[in-house]
Each structure stands twice: as C-alpha cells, then as structure tokens.
Design a protein around this ligand. Structure first.
Ligand code: GUN
Ligand code: ZN
Length: 442
C-alpha cells in the first residue's frame, strides 16, 4: 500500500494487531510502522523498510524502536464517581454500595466535583493506555456533561451514561421514571454522535429501578435502537436474592431485563457471574455482551466468572476494570487477575486471548469494531506503546522469553502503567511517559 500526500505521522515500533479471533496469533510487523493520515485514521500498516520511503515531506516519524505498538486498550465497564472509593475496606456488594459508593456519588451534583473527577479519570486512563471506555457517571446529568466535555477536549472515543435509579438508594441520588427518561433524552441530543462521543442508556441495575422506571428505560431503548445499554447482572448472591424479592414475577435476573426490552446487541452486562444456562442462552441469542471484571469480582468477593461457559453460549465477552469495585485502572493488571480467576475455575487465559480482549474483543463487545480495536487502514489511530522491560524485574524476566506469546504473557502478569510508554488518540500523543503531550488544535 502506498502512502498518500496526506500522511501526517508515522509511528514506528513492533506493530501488533489482533486481527483474528480470540486466541489467534496476532498480525506482527517486527520492524513496522503505522501511517496516520490528517484525519487521525490509519492509512497503512506494514514494514518500515517498505512504507517509510513513501512518506511525503513534512510527515513526522515517532520512532518507538523495540517497543510494542498496538491498538489502544478498551475498558468496557467503569464508574467515574468511584475514583475515591477504590480500596474501601471490608464489605460485599450491597453493603459496599450503601456504605461507600452511594454517599460518594451524592457529591456529583456539584459541577466542580464532577469536573475534577473527569480530568483525573481521563488522565489516568490515558496513562494506562486506555483510549476508549464505557463509563457510568451518576444520576446527575452534570456528571455526564463534565466527563464528556473532558473527552471532547482530547478527541477521544468514549461511551458514557447518566445512571437511572428511582429506589433503594439515598434520596439525593434518585430520579424518577420521567426524569430518567427526559434527562437521558436530553443528553442524547446534547452529546450522542458529537465528535467520537456516545451516550449509553444506563439503568444502574434492577434493584435500584422500579418496574415503571424499567418500562421508561425500555421505551428509550426502543426509540434509540442503535444505542448501547449498560447495567449490572448477576454479580453477587445477595443481589440476586433481592432481585427475586423485588420482581416476584421474574423467572430469573436476566428475565427482568428481557421483559423490558433491554437484552440486545450492544447491551453491556457487567459481571454475569452466577448465570443459569437459560440466562446464558438468552444473552447469547440476543447478541448481548457479558463484561468480566476480575479485580472487582475478587475484591468484593463476588465470585468467579466462567469464560468458557459464557463463550460457549455465544455471548460476546468484554474484560473491564470496574473502577472502583475494581482496584486497578490498568488493563494489564486486569488481565493478570483475569488469568488467576479463570485458573481457579480450571480455565486458562492465553496472552493472545487476553490482548485480543483488551483491544479488538472489547471493541466488539461494545459494538465499536468498525472504528477501533485493530490496526487496519480506515480505523481510528488510537494506539498504546508498551515497554516489556519497564522495570528491573520485567527486564530480568524478558531475558528468558523466546516467543511473542511468552513476552506478552509476562508483560500482562508483571506490567502496569509503568509499561505504557505513550498513548495516541487519533494520531495525537495524549500521554507520554517522558511528559511530552500534544494538545488538540484549537
Ligand atoms: N451494581 C450496581 N452498582 C454497582 C457498582 O457501582 N459497582 C459494582 N461492582 N456493582 C454494582
Ligand atoms: Zn459497575
């Protein structure tokens, strides 16, 4: 492929893209380059020796030498208002929500609080190589405005939603079926499709919505058939028992969401740990996604996700941090814990599967596979640059790796934000370990 005159940037390094299915070997260019056009899209990917001579004069070359360049990480489940909840001691889900999370979220009606959290969160995601996330804000629309304004300033592809909840939480956090509907509709009008931003319809989870609110949520979903939906499902035994009490007509937890038209493609169900075969079959048939949040599931003692059964049912799977039930912003740390959770279930997560999940797999789970997650011409040039020898311990380990699979597995087992050399969004450097960052053009 020849480079056209509009090429603006060439990013050199070891180029790795998970173009096949989960577990397949990636496409690799050991001495490779990604060419980026003036729009921030990938124009070509290949060997540096072949592509660099085609660069037009004035194009910039960023040479990352032996570092790995891959698509930016995608995090399909986290909570913006929980950056100051991470690492709160001693509870399981329902008590953790009441004791730590709801009081904290009550502060987010204040735009100053929301703006400070949004700035911190976006910085932290980029420092960890995450360029796209599915984000729960709070029930206050101003929290969504604050987060998406911050993402717009950095030209990021992000998905966010106003949490809808009209019962079983403190009054300051509750909306009503009408308000949830109207505020979400207004946010869709204000933000959806602006730049690379999207709104997700976000009922928190069945226990915090009445039948009336879930009916209004189903109406929103029907009015906006292409929109993503995000909620929680089958995370904790006490939660599941509470759902059975609140919805006595429902055969199981999943059937609550089914009843209101919320199980469909681009519906992202956080956790999905304790599902029955019927529920898995229903999610798979509907084209929904199950989001595995290993650091959260271990921290809150929620249980062990069953990847093999989830995939066998044809459910799309994502891998997410779930900040702040989760304990790390790093998708590398998250993958390391995923490996351990699955090991406890007698399953093995390979490095290729894990990095596929962090990039192309998560993009697919979010229904964004046409734009992000792969390094291919026409895709958005969101990139992470990774140093597999970021620490003395990693450098020592890497002396003995012989294959890319071994190197990537040691990277995910030992790595964290220190391994992220740089992060690019639409071909602009938005994080650099050395401190050099390009700001958006006015
Ligand atoms: N279920 C409902 N809300 C939440 C939340 O904020 N975090 C987690 N982990 N589970 C939830
Ligand atoms: Zn969550």
């Amino acid at each position: 492929m020849s480079a056209s005159a509009e090429i603006r940037l060439a990013v050199r390094g070891r180029i790795v893209s998970f173009d096949g299915g989960p577990g397949d070997a990636p496409t690799v260019h050991e001495q490779g380059v990604v060419l980026v056009d003036a729009e921030g899209l990938v124009a070509a990917v290949g060997d540096a020796a072949e592509l660099l001579p085609t660069l037009p004069p004035g194009a910039r070359v960023c040479d990352h030498h032996r570092h790995i360049v891959m698509p930016g990480f995608v995090d399909p489940h986290l909570h913006m208002p929980q950056t100051q909840v991470v690492g709160s001691f001693g509870t399981e889900l329902m008590e953790w929500l009441a004791k730590y999370t709801f009081p904290e979220e009550s502060r987010y009606g204040d735009p100053d609080v929301a703006e400070a959290a949004a700035r911190f969160l976006v910085d932290e995601l980029l420092r960890n190589g995450t360029t796209t996330a599915a984000v729960y804000c709070t029930s206050h629309p101003v929290s969504v405005d604050a987060f998406l304004a911050e993402c717009e300033r950095r030209s990021l592809r992000m998905l966010a939603g106003k949490v809808m909840m009209d019962r079983n939480a403190p009054p300051r956090l509750l909306d009503t079926p009408e308000r949830g509907y109207e505020e979400t509709t207004a946010l869709i009008g204000r933000w959806h499709g602006r730049g690379r931003l999207e709104i997700a319809i976000t009922p928190r989870f069945a226990p915090t919505s009445t039948d009336a609110q879930l009916t209004a949520t189903g109406l929103l979903a029907a009015e906006h058939p292409g929109l993503a939906i995000q909620t929680h499902l089958s995370e904790n035994h006490q939660e599941i028992a509470f759902v059975a009490e609140l919805f006595p007509w429902a055969a199981d937890y999943t059937s609550v969401y089914e009843r209101f038209g919320l199980v469909r493609p681009r519906a992202l169900f956080g956790h999905c740990i304790h599902l029955s075969e019927r529920e898995r079959e229903a999610l798979g048939r509907a084209g929904a996604s199950a989001i595995f949040c290993p650091t959260s599931n271990l921290f809150l003692g929620s249980g062990l996700f069953d990847l093999a059964a989830t995939r066998a049912a044809g459910i799309r799977v994502g891998l997410a941090t779930d900040i702040g039930g989760g304990t790390s912003y790093s998708m590398l740390r998250t993958a390391a814990e995923a490996y351990k959770v699955l090991a406890l279930n007698g399953q093995r997560l390979t490095a290729f599967e894990a990095f596929h999940l962090m990039t192309a797999g998560n993009a697919e789970a979010m229904g964004m596979e046409a734009r992000i997650g792969l390094l291919r011409p026409g895709m958005e040039a969101d990139l992470v640059v990774l140093d597999t020898g970021a620490t003395p311990a990693m450098r020592r380990r890497m002396e003995r790796v012989e294959t890319l699979a071994e190197e990537l597995f040691a990277l995910m087992t030992m790595g964290d934000d220190r391994a992220v050399v740089a992060t690019y969004a639409l071909g602009r450097r938005v994080h650099d370990r050395q401190g050099f960052v390009e700001h958006p053009l006015p």
